[in-house]
Design a protein around this ligand. Structure first.
Ligand SMILES: O=P(O)(O)O[C@H]1O[C@H](CO)[C@@H](O)[C@H]1O
Ligand SMILES: O=c1cc[nH]c(=O)[nH]1
Length: 415
């Protein structure tokens, strides 16, 4: 043994060989002895990579074909899967969706919207446009770099709406009245287009109750200011209440796309308080008017916390009620931008808020990608015959993706 100049101990060459050689032999022997176990574990715990590549390839080809040609007539089902809709809809010829600037006479709904499987909604046009571009990248669809996504609701001059393959991304404004109008027209869109089992997801921001700012809260149910799980509307002067439950299974599925190893924040499921206003409705002390004390506010927020309310926002009641009336699975995924137990004003810098605002988008994009490319129960994902699939490095890379990973789906130029 010799002492190196820097003080570290080192071995002479013959001494090294005497030790290193037997160690190498041992390691190689152990490796080959264990190889069958390793292979067995791999084969039985991971899906067959070729089958996954094939399934993705098939799904992607279908998405690209639909992007180019619209939905083919021979694929069109007779009716949408939505339930409980207005029986008079069939008498409206055409049906004018005023706020979307669309009508059934000038737009071929089955052709344009028949492939929609996900409808994502959020407050602002900018958020939803960004989300549409982000999704495009995440699900592997590309448009020509010089082309912009078209705002399909531009004609209505109220909301924005972008379509990325099977995903519609629409802005809903603030509050239940605004989102209700959009939902009526989007649900009719799904109906006229004969969509099958569309999933609706709201991606938003909220005030947290006892949760760290930056936490993503997925709503288990929406409740009003009295903690009543119903959306109340006045119909011809009479109060009507519609239950505001959300799909528990969907909430769990979305939560399972959280990757605690790479995501630097928590994702939780909890009750959501939906209010009619940002200031007095949410017991803030910083509105133009305030007729209660700090003590009363504290007592109310603590009571919310005791009742498992995790966040406050302004659309979930109408969103939950209208989607469940139509038999649509839906979820509300919001990032908390402050902890209301610590204050009212939003002091977090804009750059940080912008990063937080992406968190629900990332989670929901992973969920959508998982359903599109990794869903074993989906007939679209059935493996192709081997010769039908051309395996490329891009596709192989995507085949290794999973619920929580950050790898991208294969990219295909769609025009
Ligand atoms: O999801 P976003 O649009 O951020 O919604 C939340 O932010 C708005 C208030 O600032 C309300 O509409 C509330 O629900
Ligand atoms: O406190 C908040 C933050 C975002 N959105 C709300 O409705 N309330």
């Amino acid at each position: 043994m010799a002492q190196a100049a820097d003080g570290a101990l080192s071995l002479s060459l013959p001494a090294k060989s005497a030790i290193v050689f037997p160690v190498c032999v041992y390691v190689y022997a152990a490796f080959f002895a264990l190889l069958p176990c390793v292979q067995f574990t791999y084969i039985h715990t991971r899906p067959n990579p070729l089958a996954v590549v094939n399934a993705q390839s098939k799904t992607l080809s279908k998405l690209v074909r639909q992007l180019k040609d619209g939905c083919r007539k021979d694929e069109e089902p007779k009716e949408s899967t939505l339930c409980g809709l207005n029986p008079c809809l069939k008498c409206l010829q055409p049906d004018i969706l005023y706020h979307l600037g669309l009508d059934t006479e000038t737009t071929d709904f089955p052709k344009v919207f028949g492939d929609v499987r996900f409808v994502c909604m959020g407050g602002t046009p900018g958020r939803m446009e960004n989300f549409a571009y982000y999704l495009m990248q995440e699900i592997g669809l590309k448009i020509n770099a010089a082309t912009k996504l078209r705002d399909m609701a531009e004609g209505g001059r109220r909301f924005s709406m972008f379509k990325v393959g099977p995903v519609l991304c629409a802005s809903h404004g603030m509050g239940c009245p605004s989102i209700s109008i959009l939902l009526h027209e989007l649900i009719k869109t799904m109906h006229h287009a004969k969509c099958q089992d569309p999933v609706f997801i709201r991606i938003g921001t909220c005030g947290g109750i006892g949760v760290d700012p930056g936490t993503v809260v997925i709503s288990s149910e929406a409740v009003d200011g009295r903690l009543n799980p119903a959306h109340e509307i006045l119909v011809q002067g009479i109060s009507v209440q519609h239950a505001s439950q959300l799909d528990e299974g969907l909430a769990e599925e979305i939560k399972s796309c959280h990757d605690p190893c790479t995501d630097n924040h928590e994702v939780i499921i909890g009750r959501t308080l939906c209010t009619q206003d940002f200031y007095e409705g949410q017991a803030r002390l910083d509105g133009a008017f305030c007729e209660y004390t700090l003590e009363a506010k504290k007592t109310y927020l603590e009571e919310l916390q005791n009742q498992q309310v995790k966040n406050i926002e302004m659309e979930s009641l109408a969103f939950a009620a209208l989607t469940s009336r139509a038999n649509i699975r839906s979820a509300v995924v919001c990032v908390a931008i402050l902890n209301r137990l610590n204050g009212d004003q939003i002091k977090t810098p804009h750059e940080v808020l912008a990063k937080w605002e992406k968190r629900p988008q990332v989670l929901v994009a992973r969920y959508i990608r998982k359903i599109l490319y990794f869903n074993e129960n989906d007939s679209d994902s059935e493996p192709l015959e081997e010769e039908e699939c051309e395996e490329t490095p891009e596709k192989t890379r995507a085949s290794q993706g999973g619920a929580g990973d950050t790898q991208k789906a294969p990219e295909v130029e769609a025009e």
